[in-house]
Design a protein around this ligand. Structure first.
Ligand SMILES: *Cc1c(COP(=O)(O)O)cnc(C)c1O
Length: 374
């Protein structure tokens, strides 16, 4: 596909990894102790380290963001209908179906691309028990307005914070909002443990319930209190997480520099809009989404293909909408008439490559291809 075979392809992301030799002593410790899982020493140490780093009270580690979402819904005993966004990775809504919960899709805000708080109330029915918003691209939702609606109607709020590792909102972590927040440590995310996830909660009782749920519901050798799952993060993943924390601040600084370079290079390009966090709110520069608008000479898909022809593998996150997949599209809330903003923006978006070791020359090459407008 690449124009010149000598230029290596550039993907939308590349996983953050520590130097291998720094990981070997952790492996040695695991081999020596023969403690591989079940709330071992690295698991406990990583949970505490994450609480400190993120500025949150309690963290429960799980095997993936998806298992964490499914477990979070179980922890709060969510049933009936849950209001969520169609503009996300498919796991957001899948976690509802795995719990026998009906997703109700509500349109997004055209500026933040997060769930539009102004449209939530109209979607509430007597069956609604919770709201499941996503901090899309690591840009915080309008947490205050969502909280007010949830309080008025007695609803729980679980944030899918898979993109929001380390994101701050005003004075503290964005993860301190809502009843629970769910993180993903998948290889493609800002912070990874190969595979992994976590639930952030605010009190010891909830943390304990999550810990029971992720271990089959066991409280002790002979007591099972819930039909739990096996969602325990292994010692290898937890040890890697501890080591990854040492490199995350530098990784975030490098991401910010790339974000700034794209933004200034693309600022004057008619028909290209760079999505940003709303003023005063945080970002971890997890993605670099642009909108290809009608006054740009190429369609979104033509630009996507043009970049591929130059060895640049950008991604159309989030296209198609979750609500357009077969298990959702028959639902009344999935109708395009209900989701005009999400529908339009899903057809304009491209996420450009961004990761800590992306070369400045590659950033300039991507921006140059887009700025050439042909
Ligand atoms: C990645 C992601 C998930 C799923 O996380 P996994 O760790 O891959 O299971 C859920 N929601 C969103 C928004 C994501 O981007």
């Amino acid at each position: 596909m690449s124009e010149s075979p000598r230029i290596p392809p550039v993907y939308v992301t590349q996983p953050l990894l520590p130097p291998l030799e720094e990981f070997i002593p952790y492996l040695q410790q695991i081999w020596d102790s023969k403690c591989l899982t079940n709330n071992g020493p690295f698991h406990q140490q990583f949970e505490h380290a994450l609480c400190d780093y993120l500025g949150v009270k309690h963290v429960a580690l799980l095997t993936s963001g998806t298992v964490a979402l499914i477990t979070a819904l179980q922890a709060l005993r969510i049933t009936g209908e849950v209001i969520t966004t169609p503009y996300s990775f498919v796991a957001t809504a899948h976690s509802l179906l795995w719990n026998g919960i009906k997703p109700v899709f509500v349109d997004i805000d055209p500026v933040s691309l997060n769930l539009d708080p102004a449209r939530i109330e109209a979607a509430i029915t007597p069956q609604t028990t919770a709201i499941l918003p996503v901090h899309c691209y690591g840009h915080p939702c309008d947490v205050e307005r969502i909280e007010k609606i949830a309080d008025n109607y007695g609803l729980k709020v679980i944030y899918d914070a898979a993109h929001a590792f380390g994101v701050r909102h005003r004075h503290g972590s964005a993860l301190n909002h809502g009843d629970l927040s769910v993180l993903s440590f998948h290889a493609t995310k800002v912070f990874n443990t190969f595979e992994g996830g976590a639930i952030v909660c605010h009190d010891a009782k909830t943390k304990q319930r999550i810990d029971h749920l992720k271990n089959f519901g066991f409280v002790d050798e002979v007591t099972v209190v819930a039909p739990g799952i096996n969602g325990k993060m292994s010692e290898i993943n937890a040890a890697l997480g501890i080591l990854q924390l040492q490199g995350i601040d530098e990784a975030l600084r490098k991401r910010r520099a790339i974000d700034e370079r794209y933004r200034s290079a693309l600022a004057g390009v008619a028909g290209i809009h760079c999505i940003a966090a709303t003023a005063g709110e945080g970002s971890n520069y997890a993605y670099f989404p642009i909108l290809v608008q009608p006054d740009y000479p190429l369609s979104r898909d033509d630009l996507y293909v043009k970049l591929q022809e130059h060895g640049i593998f950008a991604r159309r996150y989030f296209y198609p909408l979750i609500s357009d997949f077969p298990m959702y599209r028959g639902m009344p809330s999935a109708a395009h008439a209900n989701l005009p903003v999400a529908k339009k923006l899903a057809e304009q978006v491209i996420c450009l490559p961004i990761y800590p070791d992306l070369a400045v020359s590659d950033v300039d090459r991507v921006a140059g291809l887009i700025a050439s407008r042909s």
